[in-house]
Design a protein around this ligand. Structure first.
Ligand code: NAD
Length: 330
């Protein structure tokens, strides 16, 4: 199998590439802009076994050349702007990559004769806030995004579906829940909390941290992507979640415990503007393909804490004061 992995130097992409190279030995070309979130260090250990091109998915000429030369069976698209806080402060890069970038991938596929599958990484955030309901979103629920990030992701999904229907472009869309694990950028909740604690600072939450999320270890996501690639059907959407619900505060308390700190060692900040209070999905469709999460939340958080403690070299240069160490960045 030949996979062109866009955004493969980011958090989920690099974990997926490592998994596929080590377990299956497939041919991989990573195509990545290396934004602030993408680093070759994320691909340590497998860099000499893959091809790498630095490029933007919104650059049609460069992306088309990569596809024509590599001739992939499938494109797995992780390339995205992904941090909700950044999308609130500066939405433009989100429109560029998550909408124009996806549009460019589709245009390149439309212009080529080959029958290449697009396996696209979307998110549970496209369904919007389910707070105050007992609903679990299924794949055909309406999209109701709340942030510039989730709106840009929903736009990408709609473009892909339209290109499938109008031009027959083969796609499979995956919507994973909140991922965590090694190589996640320090600006995100779990690494940020761990790194703050290492610096002797308490984790900071938005509001009371009562937002409900369904937490999934990135290795379980990597296996889910493989499952959809090998057993999924074209023109389908797959929710990916493990039913491991916990509030943001509960997760941070687990991190505090793993780092042997008192569980009230937390700063409560202002609520994030427009923040969704509950995400929840039905994930029976991926389970029918035989996938199950293998990593329980407590176990996954403990191994993640251990990874950050042992890999300071990896995160040390990435600690941006505004997003990681400031006491009240909002
Ligand atoms: P990330 O921010 O860690 O990595 C994104 C990668 O995309 C980086 O390597 C970056 O350099 C690259 N990139 C950005 N813009 C690009 C462009 N224009 N051209 C080429 N490369 C570009 O993101 P992540 O957390 O690994 O998320 C991967 C995908 O999964 C995203 O589509 C995201 O929306 C989705 N997702 C993430 C989560 C999560 O919890 N992390 C949950 C659900 C869905």
């Amino acid at each position: 199998m030949r996979l062109l992995v866009t955004g493969g130097a980011g958090f989920i992409g690099s974990n997926f590439v490592r998994y596929v190279v080590e377990k299956l030995g497939w041919n991989i070309l990573v195509y990545d802009k290396l934004s602030y979130a993408g680093r070759l260090e994320n691909l340590q250990g497998v860099l000499d076994k893959i091809l790498f091109i630095r490029g933007d998915i919104a650059d049609e000429e460069s992306f088309k050349k990569a596809v024509e030369e590599f001739q992939p069976d499938a494109i797995v698209n992780f390339a995205a702007e992904t941090h909700v806080d950044r999308s609130i402060n500066e939405p433009a890069p989100f429109i560029w990559t998550n909408i124009l970038g996806v549009f460019t991938i589709l245009e390149v596929l439309r212009s080529l004769k080959h029958d290449i599958l697009l396996l696209h990484m979307s998110t549970d955030e496209v369904y919007g806030d389910l707070w105050g309901t007992d609903r679990y979103a299924s794949e055909d629920d309406p999209l109701n995004p709340s942030s510039p990030y989730s709106a840009s992701k929903a736009s990408g999904d709609l473009l892909i579906k339209a290109y499938g229907r109008t031009y027959g472009i083969r796609y499979r869309i995956m919507r994973p829940s909140n991922n965590y694990g090694p190589y996640q950028h320090p600006e995100k909740l779990i690494p940020r909390s761990i790194i703050r604690l290492i610096h002797g600072k308490p984790p900071v939450l938005y509001g009371e941290g009562s937002q409900v999320r369904d937490w999934l270890h990135v290795e379980d996501t990597a296996r889910a992507i493989l499952t959809v690639l090998e057993k999924g059907s074209d023109y389908e959407v797959y929710n990916i979640c493990g039913g491991m619900f916990a509030t943001v505060r509960e997760v941070v308390v687990k991190v505090l415990k793993a780092m042997e700190k008192p569980e009230d060692y937390i700063i409560y900040g202002k609520p994030r503007p427009g923040e969704d209070r509950r995400y929840a999905m039905k994930c029976n469709k991926i389970r029918e393909l035989g996938w199950r999460p293998l990593i329980q939340l407590d176990q996954g958080l403990e191994s993640t804490v251990k990874w950050y403690l042992e890999n300071e070299w990896w995160w040390k240069g990435l600690v941006d004061e505004r997003y990681v160490l400031a006491d009240a960045p909002w």
